[in-house]
Design a protein around this ligand. Structure first.
Ligand SMILES: O=P(O)(O)OC[C@H]1O[C@H](OP(=O)(O)OP(=O)(O)O)[C@H](O)[C@@H]1O
Ligand SMILES: Nc1nc2[nH]cnc2c(=O)[nH]1
Length: 153
């Protein structure tokens, strides 16, 4: 699964902090990290989001269980739609003086804003339609679907 992302990360890094955006990014992280051959530390961050909301202003919750200062950080999430959540997370982590910040996601959507950082993604979707499963919820359910489906309301 996701050989293109894992291969690119394996070529780029000797070590990194994998910072999972929880809970959505948990399933993708679990599969991705098992394909990484460099040293990793793992931590989590959250910024709760309502699917389809393009202006996520919720509080960022980051306990900093491990320090990221002077370390390479890879923020891992399931999807980028507007890009608003991830650009806020990148700006937030930058305040902790990491050596670098990259973003790895399973999906990116076409109308996302530019995020000025290294980016790795598996799939660019053709439209902004909502997906569920494999971490992605609908009304906080269905995250545990083992595959990703289009949401038909
Ligand atoms: O690019 P944006 O439009 O800001 O959307 C991206 C956010 O949406 C997803 O969260 P999800 O809907 O899975 O909810 P969660 O944060 O509770 O996992 C994803 O995990 C990002 O956090
Ligand atoms: N549930 C859900 N959340 C998202 N956040 C960004 N894109 C999506 C999506 O397709 N589904």
């Amino acid at each position: 699964m996701f050989p293109s992302i894992a291969n690119r990360l394996n070529r780029r890094y000797r070590s990194a902090v994998i910072l999972t955006v929880v809970p959505g990014g948990i399933l993708f992280t679990a599969d991705l990290v098992r394909q990484l051959d460099f040293e990793i530390e793992m931590d989590g961050i959250s910024c709760p989001h309502t699917p389809g909301d393009r202006h996520n202003n919720s509080n960022i919750s980051y306990q900093q269980n491990i320090t990221v200062s002077n370390k390479d950080v890879i923020i891992v999430d399931d999807a980028i739609e507007s890009g608003g959540t991830m650009s806020r997370l990148v700006a937030h982590i930058a305040e902790y003086f990491p050596a670098s910040i990259a973003v790895a996601t399973l999906f990116v959507k076409p109308h996302r804003i530019a995020i000025p950082t290294e980016q790795y993604y598996a799939y660019e979707t053709a439209t902004d339609e909502l997906l569920v499963g494999y971490g992605l919820p609908w009304q906080n359910k269905f995250r545990n679907l083992p595959c990703v489906k289009r949401l038909i309301k």
